[in-house]
Design a protein around this ligand. Structure first.
Ligand code: ZN
Length: 482
């Protein structure tokens, strides 16, 4: 099965996008979701709705949201076809006409049989598996090709995919991006397979044009390369995924790449999540320009932005929670899925000022709703602490290398107050000044004073982050007794 080749996602007007999405959504619900996905069959019945009540993406508001807590039984969210129903569908007859009575079996298997899986990596919750059919892999490949096109990663580039080998979206998205773009792409398996030194040596040998990796891991890699006096003068693109990429992190990575001999790297951030079964990318902007946002693929997904409190849709370019509905997925399917991700600048349907594409875009930084925690900092009342703001301060402060936030109980006593300790690597060794700057910035940005700020070497921080041991670096660690 080949990835969808259409190009209207790049150039259709907002009204054309709306028209096409209405038709895709209606067909998807009518022929695949309501007949074959038990959770949504039940939900439509409970709400007294049929597919014909949802004629456009505006009608979707009639349907309640789905969220992580609904994703109980995996099979309830999978398209599991019923042969008798399939036989009666006009789309099956079209398939028989196109592929012949024998070919139709194979065509249906490619569309509907799950053959691949990735799962979520929640820190606190059980991993939730998401199934892919060949059609989903074709969509993933289409997403990969668009990622390469948006980032202007040419087919003759040599690439390194440094995501960990794992059943997680990031690795597979990068894998299919290389295949779709027919470019040389070496998958190192990340830190867990060959460590920081192994990855650095591989990059030193291949001298890639592009590296696709998680930001914190790549940050450790370039620092390691710097201490070993390596030269990586061929780097042109750093494509990041799996974690958010604050502006401060981009600046630091750009500076470090320049020190390794590549002063003109473009840093491209991507946004994906397990339930989307693909990732969206920024386009390459001229040096010194700000990102123009994550470019969405309106043929594959409908994204709406809602007020996380009321659930109402918000106007364009307004902060809110990202809600996702696929339009051509098979295997595991979620409709009106609340991601728990907040997009600061909302969504826009204006053409991209940089590349001119007309697909919708998500603007500004993304933060997690669940990153706001209630801590018992003073004994009397809980204090809401926004870890996004805390992390942004650390990422944006010049002179801060890597960091880790640790939560402890005072004296390790479960009944005592919570403590926040910030662990840091200083870029230029001036620790006392840096401590003062961080205390002041944190105070003004978050009204928070950490109990302690502790300084470490890069090597210590690599161990604390679990580079080489963990799939994702541990940037926030909770050491409170349970
Ligand atoms: Zn663009």
């Amino acid at each position: 099965m080949k990835p969808p080749k259409n190009t209207w996602w790049e150039k259709a007007s907002p009204s054309e996008i709306k028209k096409r999405q209405a038709s895709l959504l209606h067909t998807f619900l009518k022929t695949r979701v309501i007949p074959f996905v038990s959770h949504y069959r039940d939900l439509f019945e409970k709400e007294g709705l049929t597919a014909d009540d949802i004629r456009s993406t505006d009608d979707l508001v009639k349907l309640p949201f789905s969220s992580k807590k609904d994703l109980g039984e995996t099979k309830d969210f999978v398209v599991i076809p019923d042969e008798e129903v399939l036989k009666k569908q006009p789309s099956t007859w079209l398939k028989i006409l196109r592929h012949g009575p024998r070919g139709v079996k194979q065509a249906l298997a490619e569309e509907l049989r799950p053959i691949h899986m990735t799962s979520t990596t929640g820190r606190s919750s059980e991993p939730v598996p998401f199934l892919y059919t060949k059609q989903d892999l074709a969509n993933l490949e289409a997403g990969g090709l668009r990622l390469m096109q948006l980032s202007e990663t040419d087919a003759d580039f040599r690439c390194i995919n440094a995501f960990p080998f794992a059943p997680h979206l990031a690795f597979w998205q990068a894998w299919y991006a290389g295949i779709a773009n027919t470019c040389f792409c070496l998958a190192t398996g990340g830190g867990k397979v060959m460590g920081t030194s192994g990855n650095a040596k591989m990059i030193d040998k291949i001298q890639p044009d592009a590296v696709i990796a998680m930001p914190t891991f790549f940050y450790h890699l370039v620092n390691y390369a710097k201490t070993k006096n390596m030269r990586w003068p061929n780097l042109k693109r750093i494509v990041l995924g799996g974690e958010k990429v604050p502006e401060g992190m981009r600046k630091k990575l750009r500076k470090l790449c320049a020190e390794l001999g590549s002063p003109n790297v473009d840093i491209i951030s991507t946004y994906g999540f397990t339930e989307a079964k693909l990732a969206f990318s920024e386009c390459k902007v001229p040096q010194g320009h700000e990102s123009t946002g994550f470019h969405l693929y309106p043929d594959l997904a409908f994204v709406e932005i809602i007020d996380p409190e009321t659930g109402e849709r918000v106007p364009e370019r307004t902060r809110g929670e990202i809600v996702f509905t696929p339009l051509q997925a098979r295997g595991s399917v979620v409709i009106r899925y609340r991601t728990g991700d907040i997009i600061e600048g909302g969504i826009t349907y204006d053409p991209c000022p940089c590349c001119g594409r007309t697909c919708p875009r998500l603007l500004g930084r993304i933060s997690r709703v669940s990153d706001i925690h209630r801590l018992n900092i003073d004994k009397l009342k809980g204090t809401l602490v926004d870890f996004n703001a805390l992390e942004n301060v650390l990422d944006d402060t010049e002179g801060v290398g890597a960091w880790q936030i640790e939560l402890r109980k005072h004296n390790d006593d479960p009944l005592e107050t919570d403590e926040i300790i910030i662990h840091l690597v200083s870029m230029d060794g001036a620790s006392e000044d840096l401590e003062n700057i961080i205390r002041q910035t944190l105070k003004s940005a978050t009204e928070l004073s950490p109990n302690r700020i502790e300084f470490h070497s890069w090597k210590e921080m690599r161990e604390m982050h679990g580079v080489g041991q963990e799939l994702k670096e541990k940037k926030v660690i909770d050491n409170r007794p349970k």
